[in-house]
Design a protein around this ligand. Structure first.
Ligand code: NAD
Length: 309
C-alpha cells in the first residue's frame, strides 16, 4: 500500500516506521526542514526498549511527492491539519483514503473538506511516542489503534487498511462506534493534559495531589454532560480508572503530557480541540461548563505568555 504520513512528528514517525517495516511504500511528509534533512541523511532513528534502529524511510515536503496515495495518515497536531492538507491536495486521487489518529474533537470535520466521508477513517492511538531531536524518536511501550469508518460502512478497502495496521504490529481494533472511541480519549486528554501543563508536573506528580479524585470527577462531569447532549454516553468509572492508571510510575507516571511539551517547545497546544471543543459544544447546547472554560483561558494565557517571552 502507498501510504503518505501527513505530519511526521513523534507519532507520524512511529506509525511510518511500523508500516515501512511491514514492507509498505511509506513516505513521511513534513515541513520541519531539520527533521526531514536528518531523516534523508541518516534515516529515522528509533529507540525502543531493546535497541536503537536506523530506518531507511523516505521523508520530504509534501509538494515533492508525486502521484496519488492509497492512504494519507494524518498525524499533524490538530491545529495544523487544514493548512497541511492544502499542501497534500495533489496526493488525493479518486481512490485515496485518509485516516486521522489525532487527539481531540473536530478533526474529521476538517478532513471532510479534502476527502469524502465514505473514504475517511478516524480513530485514536494508545501508543506514546516522543520526538527527541530532529530525525530521532523514542518509541517505548506498546499500545493499540482504534479505528472506525466515518461513513459507517466497513468496505473492502477499509478492512484492508485495518488488516494492514494489524499486520504491521499496530494492534488495530475496528470499531463501528467512532464517537465513543473519540470521546473516551477526549475525556482522558481534557483532564490529564491541562492539569500536567498548568502544574508543570509529570502525570505522576499530578496524581499525587490529595484531592485529585474529586478534581477529576467534576471535570469529567462537565465533559460527560456535553457528550450526552451529543448522544454519546461515557462510562465515568472506566475513564477514571484509565486516568488513574497513568499515575503509576510503571506505566506512564513520569510522562510529561504532550500539551506541556508543546508549551515548553513554544508551540501551539491542541486546547482548542480538547477543552476548547467542550466549551464550544456546551455553548451550542446552552449548558454551562465553567471548569473547562477556566482551563481553556489558563492554557491560552500560558500560550500567549510563552509567545511573548
Ligand atoms: P509532534 O509535535 O511530534 O509533531 C506534529 C508536527 O509538528 C509534525 O509535523 C512535526 O514535524 C512538527 N514539529 C514537532 N516539533 C517541531 C519543532 N521543534 N519544530 C518544527 N516543527 C516541529 O506531534 P505528535 O506528538 O506526533 O502528535 C500528532 C498527533 O497525535 C496529535 O494530535 C497528538 O495529540 C496525537 N497523539 C500523540 C501522542 C504521542 O505520544 N506523541 C499520543 C497520542 C496521540
Amino acid at each position: 500500500m502507498r501510504i503518505v504520513v501527513a505530519g511526521a512528528g513523534a507519532m507520524g514517525c512511529r506509525y511510518g516506521w511500523k508500516l515501512f517495516e511491514a514492507n509498505h511504500d511509506v513516505l513521511l511528509a513534513d515541513f520541519w526542514k531539520d527533521h526531514v534533512q536528518a531523516i534523508q541523511q541518516n534515516g529515522l532513528e528509533v529507540t525502543t526498549e531493546t535497541s536503537t534502529l536506523r530506518v531507511p524511510i523516505s521523508a520530504t515536503e509534501p509538494e515533492h511527492i508525486k502521484g496519488a496515495a492509497d492512504l494519507i495518515l494524518v498525524l499533524t497536531k490538530a491545529t495544523q491539519t487544514e493548512s497541511f492538507m492544502t499542501h497534500c491536495r495533489h496526493l488525493i486521487g479518486n481512490h485515496t483514503y485518509a485516516l486521522t489518529l489525532q487527539n481531540g474533537l473536530g478533526n474529521v470535520e476538517v478532513l471532510e473538506k479534502f476527502v469524502p466521508r465514505n473514504r475517511l477513517l478516524a480513530g485514536v492511538t494508545m501508543f506514546a511516542t516522543e520526538l527527541i531531536h530532529p530525525g530521532s524518536i523514542v518509541a517505548l511501550g506498546s499500545g493499540s489503534t482504534y479505528l472506525a469508518p466515518v461513513g459507517g460502512d466497513i468496505t473492502h478497502k477499509i478492512q484492508l487498511i485495518v488488516d494492514t495496521f494489524q499486520e504491521a504490529g499496530l494492534n488495530a481494533i475496528l470499531s463501528t462506534n467512532l464517537q465513543q472511541i473519540v470521546w473516551n480519549k477526549v475525556a482522558f486528554n481534557c483532564v490529564l493534559n491541562p492539569l500536567s501543563t498548568l502544574m508543570r508536573a509529570s502525570v505522576m506528580e499530578v496524581g499525587s495531589y490529595s484531592n485529585i479524585h474529586e478534581l477529576i470527577s467534576y471535570l469529567l462531569d462537565e465533559i460527560m454532560l456535553v457528550a450526552k447532549m451529543e448522544q454519546v454516553y461515557l462510562d465515568k468509572e472506566q475513564i477514571m480508572t484509565t486516568i488513574t492508571e497513568q499515575f503509576n510510575p510503571a506505566t506512564s507516571g513520569h510522562h510529561l503530557a504532550s500539551m506541556f511539551q508543546d508549551i515548553m517547545k513554544g508551540q501551539k497546544t491542541e486546547i482548542e480541540f480538547l477543552n476548547g471543543a467542550i466549551v464550544k459544544y456546551a455553548n451550542r447546547h446552552h449548558v454551562s461548563v465553567p471548569c473547562n472554560r477556566l482551563i481553556v483561558d489558563l492554557i491560552c494565557m500560558l500560550e500567549q505568555i510563552r509567545e511573548q517571552q
